[in-house]
Structures are given as C-alpha cells and as structure tokens.
Design a protein around this ligand. Sequence first.
Ligand SMILES: Cc1cc2nc3c(=O)[nH]c(=O)nc-3n(C[C@H](O)[C@H](O)[C@H](O)COP(=O)(O)OP(=O)(O)OC[C@H]3O[C@@H](n4cnc5c(N)ncnc54)[C@H](O)[C@@H]3O)c2cc1C
Length: 489
Amino acid sequence: MFEKIKEVIHSPSKALEFFLGKDVISQSVPFEELSDYEKWWKEEGEKISESVDRARTPWLKMYDETGKRVDEIQYPSEYWRMLYEGYKRGIIDRVFDKGSIKPFYLIEYIVTFFDAGLGCPYTVSLSTALSVFKYGSDDIRNEILPLMRRKDERVWQGATWMTEIKGGSDLGYSVETTAEEKDGVWILNGEKYFASNVGAEVAVVAARPKSAPQNVKGLALFLIKKYKKDGSLNYFVRRLKNKVGTRSVPTGEVEMKNSSAYLLGKREWGIYEILDVLNSSRLANIFGSVAVIQRAISLALKFASQRFAFGKNVIDHILARKQFEDKVNEFVKCFKMGYDCVSLYNEVFREVPPFSDKFNLFRLMSHIAKYCTAEMAIQTSKWAMEMFGGLGILEEFPVERLFRESIILSIWEGTPHRQMLDGLEVMVKKQSHKLLFDYIREKNKNNEFAVQKVSEIQKFTEDFLSKDENFQERNVETLFKKLSELWEI
Ligand SMILES: Cc1cc2nc3c(=O)[nH]c(=O)nc-3n(C[C@H](O)[C@H](O)[C@H](O)COP(=O)(O)OP(=O)(O)OC[C@H]3O[C@@H](n4cnc5c(N)ncnc54)[C@H](O)[C@@H]3O)c2cc1C
C-alpha cells in the first residue's frame, strides 16, 4: 500500500481519485475542477494562507469615523480572495444544485489539505444553510438560501454559535442566552464565548425561551442576521480571540442585545436540531482530519526522502520506513471511515426529527470516526514534526503550522469524551451498533476473513453492553478503539 499511496500523497485531488475513482468524483464535482482548484492553491493560495497565519489575529474595527458601531473583521484583501475562491467554485451552491452533500466534502478536502482553518467558514456556512433548508419557514428559506448560494463576493456566510462561557459540552446547563417572543418576533439576549466565523451575515444560535426548563430540553434553535432591518447591528463582536492555529477563521465573542431572531423548526425539537447542526460540521472535521493526515505524511515524506543520515536518506532506514507504512495504513483506514460517513450522511441529511435508524447509524459512525480521525491527525502531524527533527519546531517550515492547526480537531464539534459518551448513548438507546455490523458485513460480504472479524467485534460489543452503566462509562474508550478496527478489514 505504501508504494501506491506514495504516488498520490502530495496531491489531495489525486488521493481522492485513487480512493474513489474519477467517475465517482465527477458525479459530484467534475474532477478537472478539483484539480484546477488544487493548482490554484499551489500557485496562489498557499502563499496567502501562510501570510494570514503569520499575521496572527485579524483586527476588529468596532467603530467607523462617524462613531457608528460597525464591528468589521479586518483581514488583508488577499484573505478575502482566498476565502471567496471556495464560494466561487460552488462549495455551498453545489450542495443544493445537486441535492447532494458530496460536492461540499470533496471540495473541502482540497481546502483543508492546504489550510485546515479555512475549512471552518465553509463548514459553518454549510451547517447554517442546511438548518435554513430543513428548519426554516418558506419565507426564511426563500430569502436566505439564495444569498448563501451566491458564488461571488456578495455571498452570505453562516456561523453556528452554541458555546457560552460556562461550557460547550453540557449545553443544557451552560446556555444562558434567553429568547422571548414579543409581537411575533423573537428577541435574544446573551453572549456566545466561542463564535467562529464571527462577522458572518447570518448565524444559528442556541437559546432558552423564557419559562423553558433549565435543562437540555429547554433549548431551541434560532437564526439571527448580522443587521437589523434599519441597517444597525443585530449582534455585536466584543473581541477576537488569539489562537495558536486556525487563524484563517476569525473566532470572537458575540453579544446579543435585544437581537431579533427567527425560531427554526419546532421549539420542542431544539436540542435535536442543535445536535443536527453539529452533524454536518462533525463530518467536515472528520474528512478534514483525513486531509490533515495526508498533508502530514506528505510533508514528512518529502523531507525524509532527501534528508541524509548514517549513510542513506532517512526514508531508507528500516525503522523510518516501517513508521511511514504504519502511517499510510492509518491514513487509508481513516479515509475509508471518513468517506463511509460522507456516503451515509448523503442518504440521511434531509431528515428532521424523529430521526430514522439509518440516521442514528450515521451518528454512531460519525462519533467513532471523529474520535479516531481527529486523534490520528494530531498524532500524525506531531510525528511529521519529529521526522523533521529540530527543523520541525521552527516557524519557517510548514510542519510546525500543521501541528498547530491540527490540535483543535479533537475539540471542535465535541471533545473525545463527548464523542465516546454520545456514541455509547446511541448504542444503548437505539441499538445502532447492530446496524453498524450489518453495514460493514454487507460491504465485505465476499471476504470471509472480514466477516469473521466483524463477528468477533460484534461479540466484544455485545458483551460490553451487557455490563452495568458504570463499567461502560469507565471503559468506553476500549470499546471505541475496538469498533474502529471495523475499518481495518
Ligand atoms: C478555536 C475555537 C473555535 C470554536 N468555535 C466555536 C463555534 O463557532 N461555535 C460554538 O458553539 N463553539 C465553538 N467552540 C467551542 C467548542 O465547541 C468547545 O470548546 C467544545 O465543545 C468543548 O467545550 P468547552 O471548551 O467549554 O469544554 P467543557 O465542556 O467545559 O469540557 C472541559 C473538559 O471536560 C470534559 N468533559 C465534559 N463532560 C464530560 C463527561 N461527561 N465525562 C468526561 N469528560 C467530560 C470535556 O471533554 C473537556 O475535556 C470553539 C472552540 C475553539 C477552541
């Protein structure tokens, strides 16, 4: 496998072609357009991306010269060119044009290979557009979707703001933003502590309607626009965060002060809609992590192929070669896992609560995949730094940045604890593991060894789930590692 992957490791579009084939890709995005986008990155995008990272945090311009509050995010003009390039290539529009989410994840794979942080604005825009598409009234859908599907600088970007200062994992406890209906309009008051793609024209926000219970069932999902009808700001950016990585997306703190909002979907669906918003972004995290793994191996391979030590190039030493082979095997496993999630999500992404068994299967698979791929992206980029030796620590080589970019991957869209506990819940409550085993068995039905391995993992899982809750929670990581072996066969 190492020899085959070596041929495609430096090119994200070639890797996609290797795994999926040109014809399958072209059903979603013409393959030539993907390779053309990669060419753009190599010729222009990479330099812009590097300068954005080096420039560190963008600035927040809060007031204009007349004293009016404007809250504009100030990046160099090249940043906007880099950002709009993805919209121009239809990263959001194609999803609705084709009625398929696959174009998004294929284009995003190219983006993330070159700039993991820039994947975020597109991801949260997709999550917002899907929420509008699924849960918005006809009026909202007709107004907002065409703006979000624009393929030029006038595109409306989205954002997904749930987390508040008291925490992101337990939203039922931590969300203090209130929502109150007055004369048919919802009014939001509160603060969001981690607001990525801050400055977006429209955002989906978790808030608690007044008199709703102080738990997760009391939450509802709202849509807010950046500007009110009179042109004044509808939300305010208090400050931008200094971050070690992902500087290609501005993350800020947002204040809502009597902000007008639209309720999305049904009030009682709130938490299910909020978790649904996370599905598309969790998947972007998964597939983006695979691209980061590829990039890390690519950087390490280029370096080790010319670095000379003990009489030969580093790559030709037995131990180094073995490590490359292991990393490539992990990459292949993560790609298979990630693309299975993309395919399955494509079948269920239109669903609204109550969700089908297949939807719950997607949830389980994506919790396993998020847990594994994010960790592997971090480990592989750390290993790539080691491959560079001391040079890996220096800011002048790209591997240092890749590591900084990768460490967020296990936090965004839910920490590893959350992935494991949510995955456990869907197994216990919905029995989704049974469908998972059927799914993998069906894919490998002509492989006797694989079918036997699935049965072994199924037996392990059923024994595990027959134990008491305390045992399950303490040992769930062992179960997750075991389940991830389903993609090694
Ligand atoms: C750069 C950046 C951008 C972000 N952008 C956004 C955004 O746009 N929108 C948004 O909504 N959020 C955003 N976030 C927030 C992110 O989603 C949260 O950081 C994440 O969900 C974790 O929440 P927390 O940081 O509050 O940690 P906490 O929820 O406080 O958790 C702290 C630790 O406790 C662990 N823990 C919690 N519960 C359990 C349990 N039951 N068992 C075991 N361990 C547990 C967690 O796994 C974690 O390790 C962003 C974060 C960062 C860093």
